[in-house]
Design a protein around this ligand. Structure first.
Ligand SMILES: [Zn+2]
Length: 489
């Protein structure tokens, strides 16, 4: 009779934009994912997330007992407050060191930046390896991870998302757990290596459905088809994380020699570098994008990636909104959204039908434009709660805090109490909006929006504005980036 094996599970998932106008605090984690212990399984069961896959693995493998340590995730944003980062790492490391484990699974993003730790994931991995000794360790990362080659030898299994928009979070964890099971049972003896491509890419042209990233995913699949290769992942990197680990990379896990993993990772990284020019994007300014949109029939969406919450934007830059007012679009037009809890509270106090004065945007910083002063009528109020039913993180409960829909010069404007992306149909239902019936949507979003809405608009037009995730990173005040990574002007 085999004894039950013990698997420790922990999660610290955050993508840090070093140029975001706000820090990520305990509130952002508590509003998104902050749990531990046996109760965690109920929260994640059946969701299209890494933890959803963990729950499914546990239920399919009675020979494993699962132990949920700290599970923490917040939406992309500014650097994580240093004391919070240290507290979460201390908690995970102490729990791992306190007992012995047959295997450990960590769900990381790979682009975590803390206030004074630009390589948040690497630093945690070093401590975890020290705490668990030689116990098998599997780690999953987001496709936008900024990986350091030093992480490779610290782990036994490394798997990353292979889709962008990220609709394979659960599959990624399932694959890592399957391999981890194999390591724990002695069926495989893996080695992991990471190679940097030496290029800093922006993600505007990084979708995996077409273009250079689709080609690279095909290259990775060819590597994975080779005998002994357990996983090969291409990491596009996160442009706005100011870290020595910045830039695109490739990671390969083999059942065999580290030298094999190394040479395959180097080859794959070379393929990334070769295609770097194909990732270069050009975008119209907001006024031009709006003109293009209004010249197109049917519902059209204009996207503002420079302030995309899923790139660490604070839903606060006024660039697209100012241009939208000037464009005087026909109804129904919706602007999604500004993050301003105080304004939501004032709208709630005034009540539906009331008129209030408001300064929209430029609240966190005026670096990307001054606030836009308007007279607004309160149309609707919501509690900000919904359950995702789109293709990304389906089933996950989301809490935006109270939200308000205002009317400004005939344009409906959503204001929220938390800064979470507009990427799910349930977000629109919450606000009483049918996307297909809009003439125009102006939205703080980039590629993830397309997973649920790419087919529901006649056209999607990206524009470039001033913001912490602007198209051209060369003007941003990087301090930790390796020399030569940022292309010269
Ligand atoms: Zn990502």
């Amino acid at each position: 009779m085999t004894s039950v094996r013990r698997l420790a599970v922990a999660r610290l998932w955050h993508e840090g934009n070093s140029f975001s106008p706000f820090l990520t605090t305990p509130r952002e984690f508590q509003q998104r994912e902050w749990s531990s212990g046996a109760g965690a399984a109920a929260r994640y069961r059946g969701t299209a997330t890494e933890l959803g896959a963990v729950v499914a693995f546990g239920e399919a493998h009675p020979d494993w007992s699962l132990h949920y340590l700290r599970l923490a995730a917040a939406p992309p944003g500014g650097p994580v407050e240093q004391p919070l980062y240290e507290r979460v790492c201390d908690e995970i490391v102490a729990a791992l060191a306190a007992e012995s484990w047959d295997a450990v699974y960590l769900s990381l993003h790979g682009a975590l930046v803390a206030e004074s730790e630009p390589q948040g994931d690497l630093s945690l991995l070093r401590r975890v390896r020290q705490a668990i000794g030689r116990a098998p360790l599997a780690v999953t990362f987001d496709l936008h991870a900024n990986l350091s080659p030093e992480a490779g030898p610290l782990v036994d299994i490394l798997v990353g998302y292979k889709t962008y928009p990220h609709v394979d979070m659960a599959e990624t964890a399932a694959r890592a757990l399957d391999l981890l099971d194999g390591v724990a049972k002695g069926a495989i003896r893996p080695a992991v290596r990471i190679a940097k491509a030496g290029v800093l890419l922006t993600s505007h042209r990084m979708r995996t459905d077409a273009g250079p990233m689709a080609e690279l995913e095909a290259e990775a699949r060819r590597v994975m088809a080779r005998p002994g290769v357990l996983d090969a992942t291409v990491f596009g990197g996160f442009t706005y994380g100011d870290t020595p680990s910045a830039g695109a990379s490739a990671a390969v896990t083999v059942d065999g020699a580290a030298a094999t993993a190394e040479s395959l990772a180097v080859d794959l990284a070379r393929e990334i570098a070769r295609r770097a020019p194909a990732f270069h994007a050009t975008l119209p300014d907001a006024a031009t994008a709006l003109r293009q949109a209004l010249a197109t029939d049917g519902p059209v969406a204009v996207l503002e990636p420079a302030d995309n919450p899923l790139s660490g934007g604070g839903a606060d830059t006024p660039g697209l909104f100012r241009a939208l007012l000037a464009a005087r679009p026909p109804a129904p037009t919706l602007f999604a959204f500004f993050w301003d809890p105080d304004l939501v509270a004032r709208a709630a106090l005034a009540g539906p039908g009331a008129w209030i004065t408001a300064a929209l945007g430029g609240r966190l910083t005026a670096d990307y434009g001054a606030p836009v002063k308007v007279e607004a009528q309160v149309l609707r109020l919501t509690d900000g709660r919904y359950v995702n039913d789109g293709p990304m993180e389906r089933g996950l409960a989301v809490d935006q805090g109270p939200t308000a829909v205002l009317s400004v010069q005939g344009i409906e404007v959503v204001v929220t109490s938390a800064c979470q992306a507009v990427n799910d149909p349930a977000w629109f239902r919450l606000h009483g909006v049918e996307p297909e019936r809009l003439r125009l949507l102006a939205v703080k979003a980039k590629n993830h929006f397309r997973a649920a809405f790419g087919q529901r608009f006649a056209a999607l037009v990206d524009c470039d504005t001033a913001g912490p995730a602007c198209l051209d990173p060369r003007g941003l005040p990087f301090r930790h980036l390796p020399a030569g990574l940022l292309p010269a002007r």
